[in-house]
Design a protein around this ligand. Structure first.
Ligand SMILES: [Fe+2]
Length: 191
């Protein structure tokens, strides 16, 4: 049986915390880890906002909390964009990394202690399972934009993406960055 929405959301939270730990302990892998964090965080946030939060709004009294949560998604993504622009060995990086991790952890705690229990109480297990499917489909769709297929999610390297773009004869491939390459490859495959 497929996993329910609450199980999937909590699993993403633990995965992000694991990535945050590695961001601290593996300075040499920071650029790659940031890309993975960006993909997982963005996919998770969009899937929650599109598939889960609207149901919470309709079925529980947690409307202000949901609005607050969606704002926190936005804030975390903005800090992450700044973090990606930073020299990974600078003091500024360290400060922003801490700010980002604190922001997401605070958000995760609120979600797990308020929003998710309220949802489960309001709609029951069957609906939470159905929502799991919707959450997971939306999440996958977003992950593919980052060139991350499937739940295991290894990010293909730029070189591999470039080779694939070449094989698919994608125009202007040499001018594209990694995200653009991943998107173009995905589009060509879907044709
Ligand atoms: Fe969230």
């Amino acid at each position: 049986m497929a996993d329910d929405a609450i199980t999937l959301i909590i699993r993403d939270h633990r995965r992000m915390e694991d990535l945050f730990d590695r961001l601290q302990t593996e300075p040499e892998n920071r650029p790659r880890l940031l890309e993975e964090i960006e993909a997982v965080l963005t996919a998770h946030n969009r899937a929650e906002e599109d598939e889960v939060y609207p149901v919470v709004v309709r079925t529980t009294g947690e409307v202000p909390q949901v609005r607050h949560s969606a704002e926190e998604h936005q804030e975390a993504e903005e800090i992450l964009t700044r973090l990606k622009d930073c020299d990974p060995n600078s003091e500024e990086f360290e400060e922003l990394r801490q700010e980002f991790v604190d922001e997401v952890k605070h958000h995760v705690e609120e979600e797990e202690s308020e929003i998710l229990p309220a949802l489960e109480r309001a709609v029951g297990q069957k609906r939470v399972r159905e929502l799991g499917r919707a959450f997971s489909e939306r999440r996958e769709q977003e992950l593919r934009r980052f060139g991350l297929g499937g739940a295991s999610g290894r990010i293909p390297r730029q070189r591999e993406l470039y080779e694939e773009a070449k094989r698919l004869d994608i125009k202007d491939r040499s001018k594209m960055n990694k995200e653009e390459l991943a998107e173009a490859v995905q589009r060509a495959k879907n044709r």
